[in-house]
Write a protein that binds this ligand. Sequence first.
Ligand code: EPU
Length: 422
Amino acid sequence: MDSIVVTGNGPLNGQIPIAGAKNACLTLMPATLLSDEPLTLTNAPRLSDIAMMGTLLQSLGAEVAQMQGGKVLALSSHALDTHVAEYDIVRKMRASILVLGPMLARDGHAIVSLPGGCAIGARPVDLHLRALEAMGAELDLRDGYVHAKASGGLRGGTFEFPIVSVGATENALMAATLAKGTTVLKNAAREPEIADLARCLRKMGAQIEGEETGTITVQGVDRLGGATHAVVPDRIELGTYMIAPAICGGAVECLGGRIELVQAFCDALDRAGIAVEETEGGLTVTRGDTPVRAVDVVTAPFPGFPTDLQAQMMALMCTAEGTSVLEERIFENRFMHAPELMRMGAQIDVQGGTATVTGVDRLRGAPVMATDLRASVSLILAGLAAEGETTVHRVYHLDRGYESVEQKLRNVGAKIERISGQ
Ligand code: EPU
């Protein structure tokens, strides 16, 4: 297993291009299952999770071709060989559950393995299933699989999500496009990835309204056609690289970054004394000579502060002036980076879903263990600002969600290298 070695090297300056969003691409890809015409995705990120979704779609009989080194994905699924998404693939990536709604909507049946829990929490899929039931799906949970049927097709229904779920909204939205009649999804997720999915589905012929309001109304159509769609920029990759100059000093322009994708995060940076400026090419983050101020953060569904940037924000707060309180309200176990940051000298007290971080003058490099994707990158950010060398082990998590991370950081002056097979 690879590891990454980072050595604190002073301020970072330059430009970092932001890739297409992993989490948008992971829901756009299964949308191909809704149509027998080709779907072409441009601005796709080159990540192992995207390759995994490709493998899952191929296992169902879809064609997945990568072009321009993986930046363009040509997808097509005329007829499926099977409607069974096997455990062996699904267990490796929770987003696999997103094939359920489309297969069921198009062909009236699907069998998809239950994904199981993961490091950041139990992450059930009950809301995905309940939303599909509201559209007439008959579901049976057997042998670790969801057996779903909709004899005569799905029909429109109304479903109010008891809590906001990104994935359940995506599954339900895709399914509703081919259901007979009108579907209303209330308390739906409003993340930019949902809006991106809605835009793509509309290009395919779907009739969708309200995807940015929390109430999505879908008029089902008989069939969807093909489309070409550019994946929205990755707001989490963007926020991650915005932290890099904030923690190390310097000025970095994140090319392709858009403020509306990260407004709540920018508000937190502003309170911390970090300047964010819109430029022609994206967003520039500048850290002057003044120390970073401690700020409190509560994670929430969009447009709130994203849970996927909580670990990176914690890394920044480790050397801020004062004490900050970070509350994690989306996942029950998303502070696994805290003990690793403490190995680097951070002062963090975790009580349930609340972490209290007291800033220290300097972090010190140490060997640390990555436990999930965002935790991994927070350790790299901390390492960039630490004295000495930090070795981040188990970096395969990182490759699931960050394209060319070493190269992007090296280009702005970071000292970072990958060591194979450790
Ligand atoms: N939940 C349920 N039942 C469900 C679905 C969700 O109880 O049926 C709970 C979850 O356990 C969690 C909360 O609802 O406590 C929100 O989960 P959500 O469904 O919104 O998360 P997700 O769709 O599984 C996506 C991203 C995550 C991101 C979350 C929250 C993808 C592929 N994943 O997950 O991204 O943290 O939304 O914004 O889109 C990451 O990229 O590192 C990552 C974990």
